[in-house]
Design a protein. Sequence first.
Lengths: 554, 259
Amino acid sequence: MAASLGNVDRRDNWKIHFRDTMRGGKFLNQWRMAELHAKQAPERVRELEEWGAVFDRTPDGLINQRNFGGHRYPRLAHVGDRTGLELIRTLQDHGVHHGIHFHMECTALRLLLDAGRIAGVAAYWRETGRFVLFRTPSVIMATGGGGKAWNVTSNSWEYTGDGAALAYEAGAELMDLEFTQFHPTGMVWPPSVRGTLVTEGVRGDGGILLNSKGERFMFDYIPKRFASETADTILEADRWPEDPSARRPPELLTRDVVARAIRAEVQAGRGSPHGGAFLDIASRRPADYIKRKLPSMYHQFKELAEVDITATPMEVGPTLHYFMGGIRVEADTQQTNVPGLFACGECAAGLHGANRLGGNSLSDLIVFGRLAGVGVAGYVAELTTTPRADDAQVTAAFREATDILNRESGENPYLMHEALQEVMSSNVGIVRTGEELQRAVEQLDALKIRARNLKAPGTSQYNPGWHEALSVESLLIVGEAVARAAYLREESRGAHTRLDFEGEREECARFNIVTRKGPGGEMQVDKVERSDPPKELAAIAYATLEELEGGQVE
Amino acid sequence: MSKRKFKIWRGDSRGGEFNQYDTDVDEGMVVLDVLHRIQAIQANDLAIRWNCKAGKCGSCSMEINGRPRLACMTRMNTFAADEVITVQPLKAFPVIKDLTCDVSWNYEQNKRIAPFKPKPRGRDGEHRMYQEDVDRVQEFRKCIECFLCQDVCHVLRDCDRKDAFVGPRFMIRVASLEMHPLDDDDRIPEIKKEYGSGMCNITKCCTETCPENINITDNGIIPLKERVVDRYYDPLARLARLFAGRKVRTKTRSEEQSR
């Protein structure tokens, strides 16, 4: 998780983290969110330590920090390559002693409203298949993205865009959905693990990318904006990071750049045997170092691909990893345009703009997770009446879900999901054209009609087919929103690349794309003008490194 | 691609039986992939818990040909070509449906462990810990809570003494606190009297089963047992404490409260 603690390089501070985040996001981030994130992340990381997290240490006993793509300095507090697990476990163990109730395996079906305000959630318990009604004036969405709309993805089965879809149905606005991050390094072989994530930590710890000719091809893909801060010879890249005058190797460029480069190498016929690139750390670091710093990568390749990463390079290729877009929120409170509805983490939009930097996701969670909690507390304190959902909404939610089980016959939800993945993977990929995006919308329309007839055989008790059918409904909404937003953005910026509109266009930096449900139930997609940033923040974001580090920017 | 036979336990808390499924298996597949294929085509309602499909979340624990395994880390090419593969839910916990179990007992044990109690920060506002001092704690914190160790533990599985022992998972959980350089709590009386450190008879089945290769017994349970012995049974240590005038806790918090 990224936080400018400055433990490894004292020159780091929130301004440089903020600048890195804005540049990585190609200046489409919400300024205030990027500011809050950079300023508050260090305090949140220290808080985790106070709650029992055991981060890797520097030689003088402080929280160690590692390099990652797009971050100027070693900034990522980490635990080997399992930082996410450490975060989960720390919060879990802390939470159980603070009166927090965990509703395990409980799936939300619909948000309930009272005169436009949140009044509750209709849900069901997976274990029994029974319905449950939560009456509550506030809900925080923390449901992640919708990576499962693609067939090659690092995401697990839960990433079906449920939070964004439920919020959309309740009238909330979605934003920036055209920006879907393809992580450059997913496993490509064997087929059953295609897409499984290979951490950026491999490159952060010195790993390099090679094509089938053995060339370090990333030197050919350095964008102009990053040229002055990136090494342009192997000699210079190899001196980094020991030599402070050396610039960063191009393997550590932002994810959008690296993913497109790998794709281009494969297209040009210089790919690895299974259609990826070679990621080599074996020839760069001693075996015991690799096992110590990247234990779960070592284990994953050994067990699943029968590859020893301390001896041979890995084969890697782009995999759908993350939604920069999601539910539109107000920066300081994380509240949506629906009173009582809040969102944070991947399912919310705004912090990452057009492309997210590695490590900024976990810090996003701890910064905005807290702010959402504070936001809810403030909202609830000011309520004068308790919203109450009428029974009709509740009955409708339960009936709609039950219909899937009660139909005599219908579409197989698993095969329907595969069909949807096929549409998205073929037409809304790492590079896009207007024609393909239009085709995606048409094909999704046809799937929507078929989805009205989804059928899950069996009973309601722990029935994954039923769950799958409900997920397909969410994915159809999110998939359509991505395709429509991508069609409307006629430029290439960050994670969104249009073959028919190459390069960034100045006028496209002035809007974000917002999606909402129209009065007739149709999906409305609009360009919404961005407000001007505060002068101080603009000065930081657009400053050169020399100006910023020389203290010339206040 | 090859044809393989699977026997999968189907049923719920009222009972069930093994159903046979014939299915195609492709190169590189793991057991979980095959279960998914059966689920998508032949048995849409087959209940399986899974999540990351990379051995990092601990959800797809089940018994495969009699061995507690993660289905996502069990490669098909580790079986003989004509071997029938039998899959059933964990035995130590009540079944919900098919391959899913109710593991909530484990979360109840976690709640019984007193929270981390950090020492105050240094004057510079930092907590200082050195890598060599946190290595062992980090080993325990690799645990993905797959509960395979709980499933093979004789105390829990065969003797069903869930009333007397929290199981290997929570012995290393408490070890991760007991050995945490910043933790300021004294946990020894609870380890002996409430978590049941004496119940473990060191057969090391948990260690052998752990998919994260955590050395549960040698690095976790045995040192805790030693600390208990030092506190309660070492006469020299008691004498030394007596002379030094140093008091240690021998009663658990609930014993102290009930007095």
